[in-house]
Write a protein that binds this ligand. Structure first.
Ligand code: SF4
Length: 459
């Protein structure tokens, strides 16, 4: 895997690198692989893009904001002070790189390397090429299916938690989404490879894994002819890992078998993020989601019957082209009926090249903003309500670290994935708590977090 230079040295020896990530967990995971790969080539992490010889932007084109951030931050590199080596290499990876290729360089001339979603392993070579080549530009957005970024070295941000991609790409073609175009079709990793990776992570101190994919419920269909996600959950549950989460789930593929596996595998956490996007069957049809409002609510009913304590969260798009007031009301009522405890809410943003982008929508912007504000308020109320059940209770927390503002205030997530804050007890070093499981007695339940005191010993 190493990219040796002519002198035989590792290709990035002694160079400082900095990775900035936009977008989803898959991108965060890819960013860990980029860091691991650069370190295996001798690069060392530095604290900011300004100090770095190699700056990598991992991009996402699912939302418009991420595009804007990339263009702003990458352009700012043109006026950044000279780095220690005297030469800065600016690299852009992820979805925007895959989508825009050479065009990116025309729009942001400071960019030297453009690497697509399937070209991470080639990054050190591309950096070499850019640093030594006359043109100073290296682009690789070729589609190749001969390996996964998971096979690359990784620099994990947390020892106790790990992301484990189980599949890449998506076959669903929701009418607003670019993922199938920029990440390609579904490709699952071999069953044994995933389970072996989790076993190795457990041996290395991991306590929680999040299984990742654009559509985890259809895991295995491309390799084995039928989905094997339920079976995978059970096998991962047998590795000794203490907590299992997974994302993203498409409602049309979440089978009763998977619901049973979730309920019967103790390590699967009582939490599910299940994107619904809209509560209107008509909008769902135009989104090409392949389920109706009733299908979704029936699925939620089956999930809650099997796991009465589960906390459900979702994604919602407001202002999809031609959404009517009645469609939006249907979304509000579905949010109430499903009883979501949280949601990522977005105002629809047009993604070039998708079918929905061709639809002109006369709905005024302020009407859409008004709907968005009403939805956000409802989600806030439901989140506050859902958290009340924890007041006075004891919750198990996997400790992630001290808060940025107060080094003695610890933060982690409960089994239900609610953020929990608590002070490190007198005489306990905050650093010693990181990565441990502790019990917290909840004294305050707020809208977005719980606060309380640690009880008993960390384990
Ligand atoms: S399921 Fe739909 S929204 Fe999700 S990645 Fe696939 S096409 Fe995009």
């Amino acid at each position: 895997m190493e990219a040796k230079t002519a002198s035989g040295a590792r290709s990035c020896e002694g160079l400082g690198y900095f990775v900035r990530t936009f977008g989803c967990q898959m991108n965060l995971h890819d960013a860990e692989r980029v860091s691991g790969l650069l370190e295996s080539e001798g690069a060392v992490p530095v604290g900011s893009a300004e100090e770095a010889d190699i700056v990598v932007f991992m991009t996402c084109c699912v939302r418009e904001k991420a595009d804007t951030h990339l263009y702003g931050q990458a352009s700012a590199m043109a006026s950044a002070p000279e780095p220690p080596s005297g030469l800065r290499t600016v690299c852009v990876g992820g979805c925007i790189a895959q989508r825009d290729g050479e065009r990116l360089r025309q729009q942001v001339p400071v960019v030297d390397v453009v690497f697509g979603t399937q070209a991470i392993a080639r990054l050190p070579h591309l950096i070499c090429e850019a640093r030594t080549g006359e043109a100073g530009l290296a682009v690789d957005t070729e589609e190749r299916y001969d390996g996964f970024s998971t096979d690359l070295p990784s620099h994990r941000a947390s020892k106790a938690q790990a992301w484990v991609p189980i599949m890449y790409g998506c076959n669903n073609f929701c009418s607003y989404c670019v993922v199938p175009y920029v990440r390609g079709r579904e490709r699952s990793r071999a069953f044994e490879d995933v389970v072996d990776e989790v076993r190795r992570l457990v041996a290395d101190g991991a306590r929680e894994v999040t299984l990742l994919g654009q559509n985890v419920n259809s895991y295995g269909r491309d390799l084995y002819g039928e989905p094997r996600f339920a079976e995978l959950l059970r096998a991962v549950g047998d590795t000794g890992i203490e907590r299992i989460r997974f994302t993203s789930s498409h409602p049309k593929d979440l089978s009763d078998d998977t619901i049973r596996a979730m309920a019967e595998t103790p390590a699967v956490m009582p939490q599910l993020h299940l994107a619904v996007q809209s509560g209107s069957t008509d909008v769902l049809r135009r989104m090409n989601r392949k389920y109706t409002r009733d299908d979704y609510l029936a699925l939620v009913g089956r999930i809650k019957e099997a796991m009465p304590d589960i906390m459900l969260t979702t994604d919602l798009i407001v202002g999809f082209p031609l959404e009517t007031e009645q469609d939006f009301e249907d979304t509000l009522s579905l949010v109430r009926e499903a009883g979501f405890s949280g949601a990522f809410t977005f105002i629809y943003s047009k993604r070039e090249g998708t079918p929905a982008a061709a639809v002109d929508d006369p709905t005024p912007r302020d009407v859409i903003q008004g709907r968005f504000d009403r939805l956000a308020k409802l989600i806030e109320e439901q989140s506050w309500q859902a958290n009340q059940r924890f007041e006075g209770e004891r919750v198990e927390v996997l400790v992630e670290g001290p808060s940025k503002k107060d080094p003695r205030r610890m933060t982690g997530h409960s089994r239900e994935s609610v953020t929990v804050h608590f002070p490190a007890p007198e005489g306990v070093e905050p650093a010693d708590l990181v990565g441990t499981l502790v019990d917290v007695h909840v004294e305050q339940a707020r809208t977005w977090y719980l606060a309380g005191s640690m009880v008993g010993e960390p384990r």
